[in-house]
Design a protein around this ligand. Structure first.
Ligand SMILES: N[C@@H](CCC(=O)N[C@@H](CS)C(=O)NCC(=O)O)C(=O)O
Length: 222
């Protein structure tokens, strides 16, 4: 055992990407065991490795942790990225949940049925521009600090950066009326661990292409 966390997931962003991001931002090296076929997933289940027969699953500190949020909570706590007290943690949780809601809306678009795509895309753009980005712009404006909570780096800064990069990929014009978020994006992107993760060749995953979507459908049967 190398002692590094081992991530079990498909070779794509999906629900694992925010975990990859958080580990990378904390400067933690990790290994990936990629699920490439329905048989790989079956084997993990049969061997009793998946509490709810689902991934993401992360082997860390002698545990086999499932459930994305539980995994993120553990990593954030372990690497001191979860605020200094209960109130900061409550804000971090509230902001993180909003970020995860919009991230889910955007990443689900690639797998939504063609007849729903136009309506769901329009809704995701509307929510981005009129609900979620204004809320985070307002937080930054309210305290004038570099980070979202407590004037130092926490998990929520990393979750927000990841989201802003997805928004940029989705439709870069959505960011134009949010100057503080644009500055936030450059600032967090230049932190050394984050900068490294943004370099080509890192374990960051690209947007899913048609072939990966087909493979994922076969493995997860959706
Ligand atoms: N609440 C869980 C949901 C996990 C989940 O739905 N995982 C999918 C892959 S992204 C899966 O394992 N699907 C197979 C199944 O549910 O049988 C989490 O956040 O980790």
């Amino acid at each position: 055992m190398s002692g590094k966390p081992v991530l079990h997931y498909f070779n794509a962003r999906g629900r694992m990407e925010c975990i990859r991001w958080l580990l990378a931002a904390a400067g933690v090296e990790f290994e990936e065991k990629l699920i490439q076929s329905p048989e790989d997933l079956e084997k993990l289940k049969k061997d009793g490795n998946l509490m709810f027969d689902q991934v993401p699953m992360v082997e860390i500190d002698g545990m086999k942790l499932a459930q994305t949020r539980a995994i993120l909570n553990y990593i954030a706590t372990k690497y001191d990225l979860y605020g200094k007290d209960m109130k900061e943690r409550a804000l971090i949780d509230m902001y993180s949940e909003g970020i995860l809601d919009l991230t889910e809306m955007i990443i689900q678009l690639v797998i939504c049925p063609p007849d729903q795509r136009e309506a769901k895309t329009a809704l995701a753009k509307d929510r981005t521009k009129n609900r979620y980005l204004p809320a985070f712009e307002k937080v930054l404006k309210s305290h004038g600090q570099d980070y979202l909570v407590g004037n130092r780096l926490t998990r929520v800064d990393i979750h927000l950066l990841e989201l802003l990069l997805y928004v940029e990929e989705f439709d870069a014009s959505l960011l134009t009326s949010f100057p503080l978020l644009k500055a936030f994006k450059s600032r967090i992107s230049s932190l050394p661990n984050v900068k490294k993760f943004l370099q080509p060749g890192s374990q960051r995953k690209p947007a899913m292409d048609a072939k990966q979507i087909e493979e994922a459908r076969k493995v997860f049967k959706f």
